[in-house]
Design a protein. Structure first.
Length: 228
């Protein structure tokens, strides 16, 4: 019998990986390289005079080549040799470090600042943003091709770690500053009751009492209609 083309293995569908770490970094690096390349060129187009990148287009292209080699079909499922595993781990670490340098230079050029700043990658709705609201400014960067409107969870270290929630809109492929000065920080507060069996969640519209044991809403009051 002669077989032409790719051999299809029916029993190969849904194969589990023994290298979950590699799959995680594979997806993480896909997003990181994409964001790094996008804002590199945004800085080149908008702030070219201020942009002094340590890497060039060819360097970024080479970074993609290295990453794509690590997507070889034996790497992700974990059927490769230990030497390959060691190489890919090293590549991931080096690519992450290079991306951090390129991305930071691009952001510095876009914002036109010389002072030090820090960059955090967050998932709105899952991760809290921790910073000093009295001494620091918070600027969000959106690498999506769509405008985003998220509720940011802010942990204020200048106020004993008090948590507040703020609606924030970021333009597509752009950035925006979180205007805390225009937002009442008491817009949404969360406080525990005396017996710790329930929590009170309050914003500018509602006051909700939620059971901490079962997650049930015990009461919901509308402040606009004064339905108490």
């Amino acid at each position: 019998m002669t077989w032409e083309g790719e051999l299809y293995l029916e029993g190969h569908n849904g194969t589990f990986t023994s290298m979950g770490e590699h799959k995680f970094y594979n997806r993480y690096m896909e997003l990181l390289l994409r964001d790094t390349e996008i804002f590199y060129y945004v800085a080149e187009l908008i702030a070219k005079k201020r942009h002094s990148p340590s890497s060039t287009h060819e360097d970024i292209k080479q970074m993609w080549y290295i990453f794509l080699i690590d997507q070889f079909h034996d790497v992700l499922p974990g059927t490769c040799t230990k030497l390959t595993v060691d190489d890919t781990r090293k590549n991931f670490a080096e690519l992450k470090e290079k991306c951090a340098i390129i991305f930071k230079n691009s952001i510095r050029a876009l914002l036109g600042i010389e002072s030090e700043f820090r960059i955090e990658r967050i998932r709105p709705g899952f991760d809290a943003v921790t910073y000093d609201t009295k001494k620091e400014d918070l600027i969000t960067f959106n690498s999506s091709v769509l405008d985003r409107e998220d509720v940011l969870q802010v942990k204020d270290i200048s106020d004993d770690g008090r948590i507040s929630f703020h609606s924030h809109r970021s333009p597509h492929l752009g950035f925006a500053q979180l205007g805390l000065q225009q937002t009442t920080q008491k817009q949404l507060q969360m406080t525990a009751s005396d017996n710790s069996e329930s929590i009170i969640i309050e914003n500018m519209f509602y006051i909700a009492k939620v059971c901490t044991q079962k997650g049930q809403i015990l009461s919901l009051r509308d402040k606009r209609t004064k339905n108490f």
